[in-house]
Design a protein around this ligand. Structure first.
Ligand code: GLN
Length: 484
């Protein structure tokens, strides 16, 4: 059962071949068995079983919801009423939200049963999951390596079959990069497709929710349930009806023009990753696609631009954690100002503090024009570069990350090493485009390599279809780490 895809599981559940309670118990057992991976921050058997029983009743009553009884787990950046919500931060240790995030509520409505909450980098800031205040998640493919970040717990959980599918969030690559590092399929939709309500905010103009699972087909099923307008609660949610992304799977790739940005295949790309990507592109050619060279000339600028804009927004978003309304409050303090200072000094980790400082600096009088405004202008140019490229191709392909997953502790106290590894995911994020990563081969140390696909706005269905066809012709996505 642990090898079943969401598509298969949903069918067997509906046909009453297995019961939601049975499935949930099986997964909870696996989660407990592999606790040392650090993928989960919270589980609650009573809550999960209660949800599974409710799904069982809905199945019995002939309810037509698409994912009845399918167990999933949520990145701990989504607030949930039934489980604690920490964002991987000591600041929110033990915090309980009075409500569910829209994405969580929508998946529950579709019939999903929640297995628990998944570890992540603190406030989704990071590329290795080592910024979690609670534990560094281990990569199931090699437990001496990082799973990627910030949705590292999410990727590790799917890779280790602790859940058939999970949610993640992607601000600058946090779905695509960990998916690539753990041999998982993940998609970040066009900015505004999924509601950000109840997603603990990092950089609001970039944050997007998305699913991670074994296959593109499963991602399509989950994404269909997650998206849709939420006008009363997220003013940036798009006024577009929910779409059934799985309906358009199985389209031919004959004549599909795949654009390869010259800048994604330069010096910085590790040879083992390059080899896996090249082989995958050959497979796409066999499926009928045509490869064309394109250019995204401002790719390198995406790093400084993102690391100005994201911290700027973070410094503003995180000002709400002041020890007054919720979360941690310093036990020993003097006056109000002292309480703020001690609370924030104790509650936030180093990376979060670093970003708050950078953000406050680039927004300050005198520096705003020099940094923040410049970054916004280049952001627009990066988006324009994509429009130029999409004049010559239908989708863009390249690596999700310049190397396979590195060793735990390898980047030590060098945040820049992490920032630089985001180079291939940041441009798409800054432009607000949909992007995904799917398993495409293996590199150094037998570690997984993911192929990133980027599409123009609202072309999620096209990306999912391409990945689905690729997965029908290959078996990379079916391979599993030893011992899981
Ligand atoms: N690695 C990037 C960062 O640290 C992206 C994180 C994300 O997408 N949440 O900000």
């Amino acid at each position: 059962m642990m090898d079943w895809t969401v598509a298969r599981l949903a069918g067997e559940l509906r046909a009453r071949k297995v019961s939601p309670v049975e499935v949930a118990k099986d997964y909870l057992g696996r989660i407990a068995k592999h606790e040392s991976l650090g993928a989960f921050l919270a589980t609650d058997e009573a809550v999960t079983i209660e949800q599974a029983k409710a799904a069982e009743k809905r199945i019995a009553s002939g309810d037509a919801a698409p994912l009845l009884g399918v167990p999933i787990a949520h990145k701990d950046i989504f607030v949930t009423a039934d489980f604690p919500s920490t964002a991987g931060s000591k600041m929110l240790s033990g915090y309980r939200s009075p409500f569910d995030a829209t994405v969580v509520a929508k998946l529950a409505e579709a019939g999903c049963v929640t297995l628990g909450k998944l570890n992540c980098d603190e406030f989704a800031m990071g590329s290795s999951n080592e910024n979690s205040a609670f534990a560094a998640v281990k990569n199931p493919w090699d437990t001496s390596r990082i799973p990627g970040g910030s949705s590292g717990g999410s990727a590790a959980a799917v890779a280790a079959s602790l859940a058939p599918a999970v949610t993640g969030t992607d601000t600058g690559g946090s779905i695509r990069q960990p998916a690539s590092f753990c041999n998982v399929t993940g998609i970040k939709p066009t900015y505004g497709r999924a509601s950000r309500y109840g997603m603990i905010a990092f950089a609001s103009s970039l944050d997007q929710a998305g699913p991670m699972a074994r296959t593109a087909e499963d991602c399509a099923l989950l994404l269909s349930a997650m998206c849709g307008p939420d006008p009363d609660r997220d003013s940036t949610s798009l006024d577009m009806p929910a779409e059934d992304f799985s309906r358009s799977l199985n389209g031919s790739l004959e004549g599909l023009r795949i654009g390869l940005p010259r800048e994604f295949f330069g010096e910085g790309l590790a040879p083992d990753v390059r080899a896996a990507i090249d082989a995958a592109l050959k497979e796409y050619e066999k499926l009928g696609a045509k490869l064309v060279e394109v250019s995204l000339p401002r790719t390198e600028l995406a790093i400084p631009v993102y690391y100005v804009i994201a911290p700027a927004e973070a410094s503003s978003n995180l000002s709400r954690f002041d020890g007054v309304k919720f979360g941690h409050r310093a036990a020993q303090h003097g006056d109000l100002l002292d309480m703020y200072k001690k609370t924030r000094a104790e509650g936030f980790g180093d990376e979060v503090k670093r970003r708050i400082m950078i953000g406050a600096y680039v927004l300050s009088h005198g520096y705003y024009d020099a940094y923040y405004l410049q970054a916004q202008k280049i952001r627009r140019m990066i988006a324009d570069d994509f429009q130029q490229a999409f004049g010559q191709c239908d989708v863009i392909a390249g690596p999700a990350a310049p190397s396979v997953a590195w060793k735990l502790g390898e980047h030590g106290n060098d945040p820049l090493a992490d920032y630089l590894a985001d180079i291939f995911t940041l441009p798409g994020s800054l432009a607000g485009l949909p992007g995904m990563s799917h398993p495409c081969g293996f590199g150094e140390g037998g570690m997984p390599v993911g192929l990133q696909l980027l599409g123009n706005y609202f072309t999620e269905a096209k990306l999912l279809n391409a990945a689905h066809r690729f997965q029908q012709a290959t078996d990379f996505h079916l391979r599993k780490p030893e011992g899981f």
